[in-house]
Design a protein. Structure first.
Length: 280
């Protein structure tokens, strides 16, 4: 197992390497993990061994992902720095300080057409930090290009003292090109749909409470949301009656759709549930 290969360090985040484009049925055999000592380690699943160790951060890792082609690793730290590293060379090629001072909560990459939004690059990626800010970037790593496309800052009332705030979470919308969804502590308990083309919030979905986890289905227009009241909600988009499910023993802190969209993984303090999704 990965944990037995790295003693005395806490694994804070991990991500599967994307499978090669056009290779159907092939499963990725590599996982990247971020640790409490600021290191990144790449593991071979088939050989159950560590292949690469890098140290791009001086603080604990809080988010990690691969670029869409698997050629770069994007990692975010507790200090808000985002590093872009090459698993081929072991070198860190970019360090972005735009979110410095606030822990990175989400890193996500998605493909784009080369000249979408008037910027070059075949990939969009976003970084979200706990201060309710989201940056969106267009990149072409082979050409060493990384351009800021948009910078979002979501308002909220004064932070209540002694209360754990819900995380700031954002995700690109698979069924609505050029849009992203944001949830977090704010003026209202809602999910916000933001258009990168119009540069404004275009839709709001009311929620029963502030969400603690978020995942968007890659196969159908609906999203999964977790809440602190042990609740999981499946929300059709743009409108429709939500479906609520109990079954967790604590805050639902993780929702994650499988690539097929047919299964949903959710996790709380001591329970991991796998949901089979049926119907159209």
């Amino acid at each position: 197992t990965v944990s037995s290969l790295v003693p005395l360090q806490s694994c804070q985040c991990l991500a599967w390497k994307p499978r090669p484009v056009g290779v159907w049925g092939a499963e990725s055999q590599h996982v990247v993990a971020g640790y409490s000592d600021g290191t990144i380690r790449v593991f071979s699943v088939s050989r159950t061994e560590m292949e690469l160790k890098m140290h791009p951060h001086s603080t604990a890792l809080t988010a990690i992902t691969y670029s869409t082609d698997g050629e770069m690793i994007l990692s975010g730290g507790k200090d808000g720095l985002v590093a872009v590293s090459s698993p081929r060379t072991g070198m860190t090629i970019h360090v972005l300080a735009d979110h410095k001072g606030s822990p990175i909560t989400v890193l996500q990459c998605t493909r784009k057409q080369y000249h979408d939004f008037g910027v070059e690059g075949g990939e969009l990626w976003l970084a979200t930090s706990s201060d309710r800010r989201v940056s969106v970037w267009a990149s072409d790593w082979l050409q060493d290009k990384c351009e800021l496309l948009d910078w979002l800052s979501f308002p909220a009332p004064a932070d209540p003292e002694g209360v754990d705030l819900p995380p700031s979470l954002a995700a690109f919308c698979p069924w609505e090109q050029g849009a992203l969804v944001y949830v977090g502590f704010g003026m209202q308990e809602e999910a916000l749909f933001y258009s990168l083309r119009k540069k404004q919030v275009v839709r709001r979905v009311s929620l029963p409470a502030f969400a603690t986890s978020l995942s968007l289905s890659p196969a159908a227009p609906f999203m999964a949301l977790g809440f602190s009241a042990r609740l999981l909600r499946l929300q059709p988009c743009p409108a429709g009656d939500p479906q609520d499910y109990a079954g967790h023993d604590d805050t639902v802190h993780l929702c994650r759709f499988a690539p097929s969209g047919r299964r949903l993984l959710t996790a709380s303090h001591s329970a991991v549930l796998v949901w089979e999704l049926t119907g159209g």
